[in-house]
Design a binder for this molecule. Structure first.
Ligand code: ADP
Ligand code: MG
Length: 147
């Protein structure tokens, strides 16, 4: 059951990353975080801040053209999925690929989760839903709903 839905305004990418770091501190292996919002709203920026806080040191970049990236150099293995490209249609083997990313030993962040609808494996492990909205310029509204 959602217990909180706090909404915060940020004025820079750094502020959004700091919010993400705060959420990251509450995450455990097996947790899935869904990150929604329009193009450029800051989804990848949010994931970058969370991944950094989980100890990932290598650059965190958008996985749009690969669907998933894995980061193994942090305190917990991290998967970063961007399902935007799945809107064009899932190949037969891709659902299994996603299964591996949303594994019990990893923390996973999923951009464009709505593209998968209910078909995303592991969705019962959703720990938080993050929504980002443009407020003009560098301002964003960031809503974090924890499970
Ligand atoms: P998305 O993954 O949602 O398409 P990105 O995180 O890739 O978005 O891009 C967001 C862009 O907006 C980045 O260039 C980032 O530096 C910029 N930006 C400016 N202000 C903010 C803010 N308050 N929060 C997040 N990103 C911001
Ligand atoms: Mg992105």
């Amino acid at each position: 059951m959602p217990t909180a839905s706090p909404s915060t305004e940020t004025a820079s990418a750094e502020e959004t990353e700091a919010l993400a770091a705060g959420l990251a501190g509450t995450l455990a292996p097996g947790d899935v975080v869904l990150v929604s919002g329009d193009l450029g709203a800051g989804k990848t920026t949010f994931v970058r801040g969370a991944a950094r806080a989980l100890g990932v040191r290598v650059p965190v970049t958008s996985p749009t053209f690969t669907i998933a990236r894995r980061y193994e150099d942090g305190r917990v293995p991290v998967s970063h999925l961007d399902l935007f490209r799945l809107a064009e249609g899932l190949e037969d083997e891709e659902p299994e690929l996603l299964d591996d990313e949303l594994a019990p030993d990893r923390v996973a962040f999923v951009e464009w989760p709505e593209v998968a609808g209910g078909g995303l494996p592991g969705l019962h492990h959703v720990a938080a839903r993050v929504h980002l909205e443009h407020l003009g310029g560098d301002r964003r509204r960031v809503t974090i709903e924890t499970a």
